[in-house]
Design a protein around this ligand. Structure first.
Ligand SMILES: C[S@@+](CC[C@H](N)C(=O)[O-])C[C@H]1O[C@@H](n2cnc3c(N)ncnc32)[C@H](O)[C@@H]1O
Ligand code: SF4
Ligand code: SF4
Length: 360
């Protein structure tokens, strides 16, 4: 889908005016379509082992098709880009219908998926609606993949087959890899990059795992290993070889120097993150008390973005390495230019208009 330039410029213009008068408003929409996921990643709350319970929860609390459409309509008035994720978004039976609706609203779409169910989807239809797919492929080698994702070698094989389907159907995609203590070797010895290229991607996004606060284990590698990973990634970036790394070198340099990403004010408010039940947590998912939860079915974006809890973002630095929070917390020029240039580089053969749409 070509990006609607006029629409994008309009939204960014309104957003900038709000910014100038000190008003926070969202620009990127993130829809967590369902509470259900078929994977068991230990780094993620949706990796819960009780899949029957999770399915029950999803049946009870997930928004209906019509409710999601209502929310898409509300949010589309503000945002220039949408991201669909979950849980596993492709597990929803109405997945394509929802994507089609977003497409009708002229919102560019990124799908984030574990890729395990892509063989059940009409990829030729999907590629008409979305800009690209973010494939969550934390490791490109079976053993570490299975550890980070908590799945069997059969699941890994299915995902690899599905990546091949994406190549065959020419669906634009890149890898997002979360670095945990289980998969550092392939980044240190750089075999990750070689294998990712063989698997057909030109770009990768790399972020260290943000440890969960609701469990008593850590998946973050030790400091020495993190430094080795960062040095190796920086060396790869310097070589200028494929696959290109979509996260700016600054992220890795800061981790080497400070042991974490650095930012003045958290920029999580630049995205509207809608949970599977239609709620928005203000300022973010880490603040779970009921008074921080606002239903987007009942309230407007204006009302929610006027909530006093957004002030927390001025001082909270709890997210130490999470790539998306780091990104959104960089000065707006770094945020917009790097992000969009990174994305557009990846797809520049297929969709050159994107480069100009957002970075100029
Ligand atoms: C929650 S998942 C939902 C979409 C889909 N199930 C998937 O795995 O792609 C969205 C993204 O968050 C990433 N993620 C999950 N837990 C994380 C954590 N603790 N730190 C950093 N990224 C995480 C996943 O790797 C994935 O790329
Ligand atoms: S596949 Fe995605 S949603 Fe599911 S447990 Fe893993 S990271 Fe979480
Ligand atoms: S830094 Fe704080 S406010 Fe920002 S996303 Fe992380 S926990 Fe939320």
């Amino acid at each position: 889908m070509p990006v609607d330039l006029i629409r994008t410029i309009n939204r960014v213009g309104k957003w900038s005016v709000n910014r100038m008068i000190g008003r926070r408003r969202p620009l990127i929409a993130v829809f967590s379509l369902t509470h259900y996921c078929n994977f068991y990643c230990p780094m993620c709350p949706f990796g819960d082992a009780d899949k029957e319970g999770q399915m029950r929860l999803a049946r009870k609390n997930d928004l209906t098709t019509e409710q999601w459409k209502l929310i898409f309509d509300k949010v589309s008035k503000y945002c220039v880009w949408s991201i669909i994720e979950g849980g596993e978004p492709t597990s929803r039976p109405d997945f394509m219908e929802l994507v089609r609706h977003l497409y009708g609203l002229k919102l560019p779409i990124t799908l984030i998926t574990n890729c395990s169910l892509l063989h059940k989807i009409d990829l030729d239809e999907l590629k008409k609606y979305i800009q690209f797919i973010t494939c969550s492929i934390d490791s490109v080698f079976e053993e570490s993949y299975c550890k980070v994702r908590g799945v069997t070698p059969q699941a890994y094989q299915k995902v690899m087959e599905n990546l091949e389907l994406l190549n065959q159907h020419k669906v634009p995609h890149y890898f997002n890899s979360v670095i945990t203590k289980f998969n550092t070797d392939e980044f240190v010895n750089q075999k990750y990059f070689e294998r990712a290229r063989e698997l057909g991607v030109n770009s990768v996004s790399l972020t260290f795992v943000e440890d969960r606060s609701d469990v008593n284990y850590s998946l973050l590698p030790d400091r020495k290993t993190m430094i080795k990973v960062c040095e190796s990634v920086l060396e790869h970036i310097k070589k200028g070889k494929y696959p290109q790394v979509m996260i700016p070198p600054l992220y890795f340099e800061q981790i080497i120097e400070h042991g974490r990403g650095v930012f003045d004010e958290c920029g999580v408010w630049k995205s509207i993150f809608v949970n599977g039940n239609g709620t928005v947590m203000v300022p973010c998912w880490k603040y779970t008390s009921p008074e921080n939860s606002y239903s987007l079915l009942e309230k407007s974006v204006e009302e929610i973005w006027s909530a006093p809890q957004w002030e927390i973002t001025k001082t909270c630095h709890d997210c130490e390495v999470l790539g998306c929070v780091w990104y959104s917390s960089q000065p707006v020029t770094t945020f917009a230019q790097n992000y969009m240039r990174g994305l557009s580089k990846m797809i520049n053969q297929q969709k050159p208009e994107l480069v100009n749409a957002v970075t100029n």
